[in-house]
Design a protein around this ligand. Structure first.
Ligand SMILES: NC(=O)c1ccc[n+]([C@@H]2O[C@H](COP(=O)([O-])OP(=O)(O)OC[C@H]3O[C@@H](n4cnc5c(N)ncnc54)[C@H](O)[C@@H]3O)[C@@H](O)[C@H]2O)c1
Length: 232
């Protein structure tokens, strides 16, 4: 709502509210609270006393607080997002800021997207897939993503080329030997995921890391149930 003086009386005020409503998301698409807010604004020029208008606003607020499923969902999402930034109990928080080399296992939809994000952020990325064709497909997705950055003006051509130059690919997990962190994005198959975690935390990759960093410890990952080795 603008703060300008309104000379046209209640009709113009209602017109301003109608115009505001046109710009709001529909009630069904998450706009329930903002529509009710306009209702409270309309009450302010309905001829009621100031206190009655304040009471009406409070009543709308309390009604939304107790009955609105959208409000409930927003509060849930707010607290869920805060919880999601901390690892589950027993899993130490990993600070990736000191890492330069990232390994991504699985070059499908998720893996190529994750690899794109790390390349954009300046990391060296090794993308591993069990199949040569999977790797080619993932590389194709990733290159298109980075090329789109130039077309949409998010990156210069030089920056995009620089990002792509930090990508290497392999069909062998051994290529992850030098990775500071490894992210798994293979098929949704728990046995396969467990096998990969064991392989990555075994002699091949993690052993190299242990040589470089004295402090490693075995942790219990509640999601995968197996003990995996993890840096602290
Ligand atoms: N696609 C989504 O929108 C989405 C969203 C959230 C979570 N996820 C989860 O992310 C994970 C990956 O999903 P996706 O959609 O990217 O799958 P996808 O099928 O697109 O890709 C999986 C890739 O993993 C590769 N792979 C299989 N076994 C492998 C192995 N042993 N070593 C290396 N690579 C191997 C496959 O060749 C394939 O390229 C799944 O756990 C999925 O549930 C996916």
């Amino acid at each position: 709502m603008s703060k300008r003086n309104v000379e046209g009386g209640i009709e113009e005020l209602n017109g301003i509210c109608d115009a505001a409503i046109d710009k709001l998301p529909s009630k069904e698409m998450g706009g329930e609270a903002v529509h009710r807010a306009v209702e409270a604004v309309r009450a302010s020029f309905s001829g009621k006393s100031f206190q009655d208008c304040m009471d009406e606003e409070m009543s709308i607020f309390l009604d939304l607080l107790s009955t609105s499923k959208q409000g409930n969902a927003r509060r849930h999402a707010f607290f869920a997002e805060r919880v999601a930034t901390s690892p589950p109990p027993g899993v130490p928080k990993v600070d990736v800021r000191g890492s330069n080399k990232v390994g991504v296992i699985g070059a499908g939809t998720m893996g190529s997207g994750i690899a794109t994000c790390f390349l954009r952020a300046g990391y060296e990325v090794t993308l591993v897939d069990v199949k040569e064709e999977g790797l080619k497909r993932g590389e194709g997705i990733l290159k298109r993503n980075i090329e789109q950055d130039v077309k949409r003006g998010r990156a210069t051509k030089e920056k995009a080329e620089g990002n792509l130059s930090r990508l290497s690919t392999s069909t062998s997990l051994q290529a992850l030997n030098e990775s500071d962190i490894v992210i798994e994005a293979v098929f949704e198959n728990m046995d396969l995921k467990k096998r990969i975690f064991k392989e990555v935390s075994g002699e091949g990759c993690e052993a190299r890391k242990c040589e470089k960093r004295d402090e490693t410890k075995r942790i219990k990952n509640p999601y995968y149930e197996d003990n995996i080795r993890c840096q602290t």
